[in-house]
Structures are given as C-alpha cells and as structure tokens.
Design a protein around this ligand. Structure first.
Ligand code: B12
Ligand code: SF4
Ligand code: SF4
Length: 228
C-alpha cells in the first residue's frame, strides 16, 4: 500500500467510517471537475433504531442524525483532500448534500455514481444506494482526485429482484418502478419533483422539507440488520 493510501485508510478509520473504496470515474466527472479520474466513496451507516422509526415520515432523531452525519462526512472528506494535497495530488470534496442546480434538482456530481463505481452497492428501486451490510440505511461522501488510486470492480446490476416494498410505501407515488443500470435516466426510477414537493408540503419542519425516508425505512435489505 502506498503512503497516501495508508494515510487515507488511517483518516477514514479515525472518523469512524468502516466502508470505503476507490472508483474509476474517467469520463464521468465533467466541466470543471473533468480532470478528476478517480473517486473515493465513503459510506456512513445511519443508526438502525432511528431508521426503523421512519414508517410514517421523519422524526426529530432522524433530523438531528441527518445533520450530524453530513457534518461527519464533510469533516472526513476535507481531511482526505488535505492529505492528498500534501502528497502533490489535486482533490475535491463533494459536498455531502448540496443541490447546486435547483432547477434540475441536482448536485455537482453524484455520490451514488462514485459508490457503484467503487463497488460498494447498487441503486435500488428506491433510487438510493443499497449496500450489502446496511442496504439504503446509509449516507454517502465522495472525494474526487487525480491521484493514481487502484479502482475497485464496479457494480453494474441491481439486486432488487421482484421486490416492490419501497414503491408501495411512498406516499407521493414518486417511485416509478424502473430498475437501475449504469446510465439509466433518473426519471425511470424517481420523479424527483414529486418527492421534493411531498417533503416540502408535509415535512417542512424537518430541515425545511429535506427529510423523509419512508421508502428507505421500508427496504428489507436495510431492515435485515434487525434479523441478525
Ligand atoms: C438533489 C438531491 C435530492 C433530490 C433528487 C434525488 C435524486 N435521486 O436525484 C430529492 C429532493 C428528490 C432527494 C430526496 C432524497 N434524498 Co437526496 N440528494 C440530492 C443530492 C444533493 C443531489 C442528487 C443529484 O445530483 N441527482 C441527479 C441524478 C441524475 O442523480 P442520482 O439519482 O443522485 O444518481 C444517479 C447516478 O448516480 C446514476 N448512477 C449510479 N451509478 C452510475 C454509474 C454510471 C457509470 C453512470 C453513468 C450513472 C450512475 O444512478 C442514479 C439514478 O439515476 C444528493 C447528493 C449528491 N451530490 O449526490 C442527495 C442524496 C442522493 N440524497 C440522499 C437521501 C438520503 C435522500 C432522501 C432519503 C431524503 C432524506 N435525507 O430524508 C430522499 C430519497 C429520495 C429517493 N427515493 O431517492 C442521499 C442518498 C443516500 C443513499 N443511500 O443513496 C444522498 C446521496 C446524500 C448523501 N450525502 O448521502 N434528494
Ligand atoms: S423520500 Fe418519501 S416522498 Fe421521496 S420517494 Fe421516498 S417515500 Fe417517496
Ligand atoms: S425495498 Fe425492495 S425494491 Fe425497494 S430498494 Fe429495497 S430491495 Fe429494492
């Protein structure tokens, strides 16, 4: 393991993150970010007891956890960027949760793209990353870099099978039933405007309408942490 990889491992562990890997992002990051051919994808588990309580919508505990985990993600990714800079590499910490394009409801780059490319999971019918250990009960962080990191094998197939629990659970009918594969357009899986509107209209007191998680809670791959 090279010096900067060892340092990334140590920093990641010191922030309590136990699942991360490297992604080949050649051709995927565009515009100002086009020189970053590699990504480091970080997965933070959300507290299962909090996630279990989201069947009717967000709770105060979820709202607090959402903010705390975003701060932890941003602290970790900022430190990893500094470490890469010290070894002569350029890097960019993708914000944990910034909608930089409000018209199209998008961020600068997608954490889920980095995560599937890093082999950490697939995008489910709930339009979220499902990891094997914790399903979608996670939040994600990403560092983009030009450092020559050895990328993991990407995941390119959904493992949702015939399950439709998240689709049935969504009160906004925002989940469209489409299955993910790399490059599939978002609208096939999710009507982002329907989801956004529902949260703003019904859950405004939780981060101004940025929290919901009913479909996340309904996922059997997330719930399996209670069946161990
Ligand atoms: C804008 C936004 C929203 C919008 C739009 C959501 C969306 N899917 O686009 C709305 C308001 C609807 C929303 C809702 C929620 N969000 Co939100 N949101 C974002 C944000 C800030 C930007 C997303 C974006 O750019 N979307 C544009 C579209 C095109 O991309 P996408 O669906 O995110 O990802 C696509 C690509 O990744 C692609 N893809 C995957 N692998 C590959 C590989 C290749 C080669 C290619 C070409 C493409 C590709 O597949 C995806 C589907 O098409 C991200 C943070 C970020 N920068 O990623 C958080 C993020 C997606 N949100 C998150 C969460 C948790 C939520 C909510 C549960 C709300 C909450 N916190 O309570 C709901 C869930 C709604 C749902 N069912 O998906 C998490 C998801 C965690 C996870 N397990 O996946 C993120 C990643 C934040 C984080 N730091 O963890 N969100
Ligand atoms: S976050 Fe809520 S409104 Fe959005 S898709 Fe999931 S269940 Fe539906
Ligand atoms: S609830 Fe079922 S269909 Fe939805 S994301 Fe989870 S496994 Fe996939």
């Amino acid at each position: 393991m090279r010096k900067f990889e060892k340092e990334i491992e140590q920093i990641t562990a010191s922030h309590g993150c136990t699942l991360y890997d490297y992604a080949d992002l050649k051709g995927l990051a565009t515009g100002e970010l086009a020189n970053f051919h590699r990504g480091i994808s970080f997965v933070f588990q959300m507290e299962p007891w909090v996630m279990k309580q989201l069947a009717q919508g967000p709770t105060d505990a979820y709202s607090v956890l959402y903010g705390q985990v975003n701060l932890r993600i941003d602290a970790l990714t900022a430190e990893v960027v500094r470490a890469l800079n010290r070894t002569g590499h350029q890097a960019w910490a993708l914000s944990s949760s910034t909608r930089s394009d409000p018209v199209n409801i998008r961020g600068d780059f997608q954490h889920k793209t980095a995560a599937t490319r890093a082999g950490l999971g697939w995008v489910g019918k709930n339009c979220q990353l499902l990891t094997k250990p914790w399903g979608p009960w996670v939040r994600l962080g990403t560092v983009l870099t030009d450092a020559p990191l050895e990328p993991a094998e990407p995941i390119e197939k959904s493992l949702c099978g015939k399950c439709t629990k998240c689709i049935e659970a969504c009160p906004a009918e925002a989940l469209k039933g489409g299955s993910w594969r790399p490059g599939v357009e978002r609208y096939v899986i999710l009507d982002a405007w329907a989801c956004d509107r529902y949260k703003k209209n019904n859950f405004h007191k939780f981060h101004g309408g940025y929290n919901c998680g009913i479909c996340t809670q309904a996922c059997p791959v997330g719930q399996k942490v209670f069946r161990k």
